[in-house]
Design a protein around this ligand. Structure first.
Ligand code: NAD
Length: 365
């Protein structure tokens, strides 16, 4: 029996190409992993009649670790998103997105190395919404006016922003524990507590309480989200690990991906008490499906995070270095990493993975 069994979800669109590249790279590190393949998404719906088949869920439930390619969110299916469904089902409350500069990846900045920890389950993304002009919405508006004495325009839609003490405690604790484990120096809690006292204010208060438990080990500070956005652009070196509620986390993690050169190199992990799903930040880019064209880097770097999570630090280092070397050399890289995107010397997804695998072999020998 293999040391680890990991559920492998190829996804759709460019998913199968980039996830296969990542799987091959992981196997090349020599870690004893068996990949159990199950799928989800639009292609699976056609084949099995289900967007998220029970076999896929059962496999994740059993293995507790999954490597997942991007999945298209079908429009008008009544299914909000498979990705959201997976995060909810397994209570993967922390979205971790390291943003690191790699030589060879064009960007305005160099030497960026920060980690965004986003709360995944609460906030305005809880999905509690009331549509404009519906009877429930009108009734809710009347109740709010009664309780708060404040008027909401009758032609309003409403989204609810719940932020809890327990939800905040666990995400901030996660950020500190992550910082400790990964030799980071500082955690910055990002909020808008000056305006939203009972949600962001609560987030800040709880973050400060959690931070006290790490005094002398990890530095702590807090920042307002708008100021953070500016400071990230002006002085990204100031930051190390950022912990944010869901909405700000979503926006700031894209900003940080932009600081390091974009989607091709933005890995991600969704982690909870139960287990973890590793996936690139980018989506299924359907227009590139089957063309062997897109950059497998983000998916490969997501599998580096998976190896770290499994405790396979040596293999994680080797894979990260192999990917970094190939990008720095700039030869066997996909079109998006070439100075001229029409450079005929650009290689395909598979060939870039082959180049990384050959580096892995050299590094291991
Ligand atoms: P996208 O990330 O799929 O693509 C946007 C553009 O980014 C692409 O057209 C391409 O130019 C570029 N790009 C993306 N990945 C790339 C790569 N690996 N290499 C080179 N270029 C790359 O975003 P979208 O078009 O907004 O979303 C498409 C679908 O993916 C939607 O259905 C969306 O819901 C879904 N999605 C899924 C996930 C996920 O599974 N975790 C995440 C985001 C979006």
């Amino acid at each position: 029996m293999a040391k680890y069994t990991v559920t492998f979800i190829p996804g759709d669109g460019i998913g199968p190409e980039v996830s296969d590249a990542a799987r091959r790279c992981v196997l090349a590190t020599g870690v004893d992993i068996a990949f159990e393949e199950h799928n989800a998404g639009a292609d699976t719906l056609e084949k099995t009649g289900s967007l998220l088949p029970e076999q896929t869920m059962a496999s994740i439930r059993k293995n507790r670790v999954a490597l997942k390619g991007p999945i298209t969110t079908p429009v008008g299916s009544g299914f909000r998103s498979i990705n959201v469904a997976l995060r909810k089902e397994f209570d993967l409350f922390a979205c971790v997105r390291p943003c690191k500069s790699y030589a060879g990846v064009r960007s305005r900045y160099t030497n960026i190395d920060l980690v965004v920890v986003r709360e995944n389950t609460e906030d305005l993304y809880a999905g509690i919404e009331f549509e404009v002009n519906q009877p429930q919405t009108t009734a809710l508006i009347a109740e709010i006016s009664k309780f708060s004495g404040k008027q909401i325009r009758p032609d309003s839609g409403i989204s609810i922003k719940p932020i809890s003490i327990s939800g905040t405690e666990r995400i901030v604790t996660f950020a500190f524990e992550y910082a400790l484990k990964h030799n980071r120096r500082k955690v910055t809690a990002v909020h808008k507590a000056n305006i939203m006292k009972h949600t962001d204010g609560l987030f800040l208060r709880v973050a400060r309480e959690v931070a006290q438990g790490y005094t002398g080990k990890i530095e702590f500070e807090d920042r307002i989200v708008d100021a953070t956005s500016m400071q990230l652009v002006q002085n990204p070196d100031h930051f190390d690990v950022l912990v944010l509620p869901n909405l700000y986390g979503d926006i700031i993690s894209d900003l940080c991906a932009g600081l390091v050169g974009g989607l091709g190199v933005a890995p991600g992990a969704n982690i909870g008490e139960f287990g973890a799903i590793f996936e690139a930040t980018h989506g299924s880019a359907p227009k590139y499906k089957g063309l062997n064209k897109v950059n497998p880097g983000a998916m490969i770097l997501s599998s580096v995070l998976m190896l770290e999570y499994l405790g396979e630090h040596k293999a994680a280092q080797v894979l990260q270095k192999a990917a970094a070397d190939v990008m720095r050399e700039g030869r066997a890289v996909t079109y998006d990493l070439k100075a001229d995107r029409n450079d005929p010397g650009a290689v395909g997804t598979k060939e870039m993975a082959d180049a990384i695998i050959s580096k892995i072999k050299t590094l291991r020998s």
